[in-house]
Design a protein around this ligand. Structure first.
Ligand code: SAH
Length: 348
């Protein structure tokens, strides 16, 4: 008996190679993609575009793996948080955010995270393992199934859930190819955003990736001294190196970079910090997303609205594009590892 492979692990090009290897025709990869991603089928028997023999043969080699939905919480603003169980019983979470421009999904890429950012709830749960490509794809597929009854589909994907996507680079890139494929979920590359804490060599690789996907950089601090105090990744990759990598990305893709900046009371929210921030990013085609901190532990506090407005005004006055991120799903702990962290603590 061969061990069956999860069909959701394969981009169309990789599936074509697998099909050739088992004596099937290459073009079946397109038929399979259309069936599973356009028509939401999840059993070879039901894929009637394939011959009966092919269906039988394919079922010997491939399986439709799935995630078990353990919990769905819907917020007053429509944000919906899914808690999924993987085959090995690990839990992950995925958030759906309905917007006026479409339905956006925030996917998780790892079980836990090893980056150790001090302010982040996800970082308190150490990485257990990377998610497979299929496990990331299935998050989107499951939410598409959920949306189907309302005649909606996932239109945007942000890779900003638990985990560091560039610490699981290959699987995340395969995931992007699959959801972007015109014969599959067909989510436009401009509707896909990857967020990283700044793993420099991977930013270069990402810039060379053939699809023009958006990049968000979790900056949060405008100088090395403070950044490395709260984000260990900065000990390895300093801001100067990071900025060079981002310039390379911009020159290759012409895509505007988003800097994420969580405002933490009395830590990075002074006007001096704003001044350093302006100096750091000036000349780059970017915008700054000011993020209200979600208080997940007792140490860090959120910046007051007055201070936030001063900070914001300073950036704007100095010619920097900035926005304050709207908060979603506050009433259901929809931000950053909270649901999973809570479930794990509660089940201890
Ligand atoms: N590892 C990636 C993606 C996951 S974190 C990254 O660092 O970008 C997604 C975003 O949420 C990051 O910008 C992260 O810094 C931010 N974040 C983490 N904890 C938060 C909190 N408690 N409140 C608000 N944003 C938070």
């Amino acid at each position: 008996m061969v061990e069956k492979k999860n069909i959701y692990d394969y981009s169309r090009e990789k599936l074509e190679l697998q099909l050739l290897a088992i004596g099937e025709k290459k073009f079946r990869a397109t038929q399979i993609f259309e069936a599973i991603y356009k028509n939401n089928l999840y059993d070879f028997e039901t894929i009637t575009t394939l011959s009966k023999d092919s269906r039988k043969e394919l079922a010997k080699y491939f399986e439709f793996s799935n995630l078990m939905t353990k919990d769905i919480k819907v917020s007053e603003d429509g944000t919906t948080k899914f808690l999924f169980e993987l085959n090995d019983k690990n839990l992950i979470e995925t958030v759906l955010m309905p917007h006026d421009y479409g339905d956006s999904v925030c996917v998780t890429t790892q079980v836990g995270c090893n980056m150790g950012c001090k302010f982040c709830a996800s970082g308190t749960l150490k990485k257990i393992r990377n998610l497979t490509t299929g496990e990331i794809v299935m998050q989107v597929v499951n939410i598409n199934n959920y949306l189907q009854s309302m005649s909606r589909r996932v239109s945007h994907v942000v890779i900003m859930g638990i985990g560091e996507p560039f610490d699981n680079f290959d699987n995340v890139m395969e995931f992007i190819k699959i959801i972007n494929d015109g014969k599959g979920l067909e989510i436009g590359s401009r509707h896909i955003t990857v967020s990283t804490c700044g793993i420099v060599p991977k930013i270069y690789e990402f810039a060379d990736f053939p699809l023009q996907v958006n990049l968000a950089l979790s900056l949060h601090f405008p100088n090395n001294e403070t950044r490395e105090k709260y984000m260990p990744v900065n000990k390895k990759y300093k801001l100067e190196e990071l900025l060079n990598a981002l310039k390379y990305y911009y020159n290759k893709t012409n895509r505007r970079i988003t800097f994420e900046y969580i405002l933490l009371k009395d830590i990075n929210d002074s006007l001096e910090m704003a001044e350093e921030l302006v100096k750091l990013v000036s000349g780059l085609n970017c915008y700054i997303n000011l993020i209200p901190y979600n208080e997940t532990n007792g140490i860090f506090k959120r910046t007051s609205v007055e201070r936030r407005n001063e900070f914001f005004d300073y950036l704007i006055k100095n010619g920097i594009n900035a926005i304050v991120r709207r908060e979603y799903g506050h009433d259901i702990d929809a931000a950053c590892g909270q649901l999973r962290a809570k479930n794990i603590v509660e089940s201890k």
